[in-house]
Design a protein around this ligand. Structure first.
Ligand code: ATR
Length: 270
């Protein structure tokens, strides 16, 4: 029987993961089936159990199930424990569910692709929700000179910084605590979805700085447009999406796909 994988979400019809994993499988000669499954909002664990009973070997997990996936796993990677979320489920040989999160490593690999040197950089992360929590460990592991987490609700950023304080030079605060210059500014808020821009000072960017939005779309986000006007180099989150998928694929199949052609094809199709 063909090994089965899927992405669980709700809604999930828009997901690009089936196309990405089909491309990875073709490229690496892996025979797998990968579909999108809309899990019921009140029974994610049941959806995963049913999928396993029907030959499922692993899954990606997206909004709004990452925390629930975290809770059902018998075994968790260190980075998933830190993130408090799971985006990659792997069925163990003994039937146990193993949970990992590949979002953070996906972001760091995409930054590497764009030649962003995190070591010694002054980094600002906007937002303090699940998306940001998921990327802080690998960002800190790259040893930036400083990492400021700024959020509309300052207390959430402060709490997040306290949770990761053992890993490096991290601080949290409100947007009013932000002053430039920064070498890298990552937008991890969902403000772009509403076309909103966090209130930010004009002198945010150091010369040669990069602005990264974890969101992506056919058009640049409000944040990226604002950043481009202030001289920053801009990068959207499509590469992060492909890189997190590649790391999940590696967890399941032990093969590392070449992400560049897959990213190019996705970009053309946006
Ligand atoms: P996710 O899983 O995408 O991180 P989340 O946990 O709901 O979702 O977090 C959303 C983040 O976007 C939060 O940091 C939120 O700020 P608050 O903690 O103050 O709510 C931020 N956010 C959402 N809409 C925003 C807006 N219009 N302006 C600024 N920040 C916004």
């Amino acid at each position: 029987m063909t090994d089965r994988y899927c992405v669980f979400g709700n809604p999930v019809a828009h997901s690009r993961s089936p196309a990405i994993h089909a491309a990875f499988a073709e490229q690496t000669g892996q025979e797998i089936e990968y579909t999108a499954i809309e899990a019921p909002l009140d029974d994610f664990a049941g959806a995963w159990r049913r999928f396993v009973a029907e030959g499922g070997r692993g899954a990606n997990v997206t909004v709004p199930f990452k925390e629930e996936a975290f809770r059902l796993c018998e075994v968790l990677s260190q980075r998933a424990r830190r993130a408090g979320a799971v985006n990659t489920l792997v069925l163990g040989k003994n039937g146990q569910s193993y949970g990992d999160t590949t979002d953070g490593v996906g972001l760091v690999r995409d930054l590497e692709r764009h030649g962003v040197d995190l070591a010694g950089a002054r980094v600002l992360v906007l937002g303090a929700g699940g998306a940001v929590r998921g990327v802080l460990e690998p960002l800190l592991a790259a040893q930036p000179a400083s990492l400021l987490v700024a959020n509309r609700t300052a207390s959430k950023a402060e709490a997040l910084a306290a949770d990761f304080a053992d890993l490096g030079a991290i601080r949290g605060g409100g947007f009013d605590a932000v002053e430039g210059p920064h070498d890298l500014v990552i937008n991890g808020t969902s403000a772009s979805l509403a076309g909103d821009l966090p209130p930010l000072p004009d002198d945010l960017f150091a010369p040669g700085a990069t602005a990264y939005d974890m969101m992506y779309g056919a058009e640049p986000t409000v944040f990226l447009r604002w950043a481009a006007e202030r001289g920053a180099r801009t990068v959207d989150g499509l590469g992060m999406l492909v890189e997190q998928a590649a790391e999940s694929f590696f967890q399941w199949r032990g093969k590392r796909p070449d992400t560049d052609p897959v990213l190019e094809a996705l970009r053309r199709a946006l």
